[in-house]
Write a new protein. Structure first.
Length: 397
């Protein structure tokens, strides 16, 4: 999916917000309708029945009829697809959409004539009921665009995301395999010895965020001052998000281009970031420390990195069991909790080998994946050569 920055005029931004309200209203009606369903009451109305009800509602309400029927029907279709994903256990149950947080809508049947280029850095896209809206032509617009989604983030920026199936990156063909260990201090450690870290928040931005949060606590709810402070906070968070996305894109592209097989840990991130507060009867322990760890995990972009790797290198990413990879020496196979002295240092109590703990874990992940590949091919006799990357230098005692 290719995303571009929209540049609407004030009048066009007002019309875009109307589309967002209509799509959100129709979505929430569908959520409310499904919330009344109980076993034994029969099937809930499907997409076709909901479209018929939408036609009746548009005939009764002028404000709804003033919007685009294509935008409203597409919101119903998106909800139907979300329910299908929920019943297939591929996603969570769709919930309510809130103003200021879920601002966006989708249109389909986009034709090539609906997108045109005005200059080197400026293009236009045609939106129903609005007309031509400019966007920044920051990269080549892909061919075969059939749908697009318009989004407004909390910082007030508008984007258009063109839905296309991207071409996967070509594998180098050198039969190389790499292991990737993800962490909080070191976001991604490769078995080659390379370590990648997500860009951290600058101290000036952190101090400004603290001042704004204190100012927000003193602001009166519903006031213009509170709205301005919330917008300033959202811009700081948006800047951090953009940096993390840029880091994920660059690192995933580099890994997908250099290695034929990429081994990552099969982490249950949703379970790892659960709150430790507990209940009133059984309160949790070390709640503040666990909350800080959860924020660190989310800020490291673990899920985004693996997701982009699987999209850029389909069929070349393998997930392995991460148990004991950080406690096992890659040289002699000795496993003990004492081997990992701290977050960064690994000292094997069996052979005395020293090195970076995350790199050692990445090497174990690589070896586990290599064994899986060999077993899948029927053993060493038919597995063919599996090239390993150059070994990082580890020091022995």
């Amino acid at each position: 999916m290719s995303r571009f920055r929209l540049q609407p005029t004030p009048a066009q931004e007002t019309a875009l917000l109307h589309h967002c309200r209509h799509a959100r209203f129709v979505w929430n009606l569908a959520v409310e309708l499904h919330s009344f369903w109980r076993p034994g009451r029969g099937p809930v109305p499907g997409f076709a029945e909901q479209c018929r009800q939408l036609t009746e509602a548009r005939a009764d309400f002028d404000w709804l009829r003033a919007g685009s029927v294509a935008v409203q029907q597409q919101a119903l279709r998106d909800f139907a697809q979300a329910m299908t994903n929920y019943f297939r256990k591929a996603h969570g149950k769709p919930g309510w959409r809130k103003r200021g947080r879920h601002e966006g809508f989708r249109i389909v049947n986009v034709k090539s004539a609906d997108i045109r280029r005005l200059s080197r850095n400026v293009g236009e896209i045609r939106i129903p009921k609005i007309g031509w809206v400019r966007f920044r032509w920051s990269r080549a617009v892909p061919d075969g665009v059939r749908s697009c989604r318009f989004i407004r983030d909390r910082a007030g920026r508008w984007f258009v995301a063109l839905a296309v199936i991207p071409k996967p990156l070509t594998a180098p063909g050198n039969a190389s395999i790499v292991g990737v260990d993800r962490g909080v201090v070191v976001s991604a450690a490769l078995s080659t010895g390379q370590v990648h870290k997500v860009p951290v928040v600058k101290s000036s931005e952190h101090n400004r965020l603290l001042r704004l949060q204190r100012k927000l606590a003193r602001a009166k709810p519903g006031s213009n001052r509170r709205r301005r402070v919330r917008s300033a906070i959202a811009k700081l968070y948006a800047r951090q998000t953009d940096r993390r996305k840029d880091w994920v894109e660059k690192v995933s592209t580099d890994i997908a281009r250099r290695f034929d097989l990429i081994a990552v840990e099969d982490l249950k991130i949703t379970n790892m970031i659960r709150s430790a507060r507990g209940t009133i009867e059984a309160p949790g322990k070390n709640v503040r420390q666990k909350a800080g760890l959860n924020r660190g995990i989310l800020a490291s972009g673990w899920a985004q990195l693996v997701s982009r790797l699987e999209q850029k290198a389909p069929g070349r990413v393998i997930r392995v069991d991460p148990r004991f990879t950080s406690q096992t020496c890659n040289a002699c196979g000795h496993r003990a909790a004492e081997n990992r002295e701290n977050q960064a240092d690994f000292h094997c109590r069996g052979c005395g080998r020293r090195g970076h703990a995350d790199v050692n874990a990445a090497m174990n992940i690589r070896d586990i994946a290599a064994r899986h590949v060999v077993n899948a091919r029927g053993g060493d006799r038919v597995a063919g050569p599996m090239k390993r990357e150059p070994q990082p230098v580890l020091h022995s005692a």
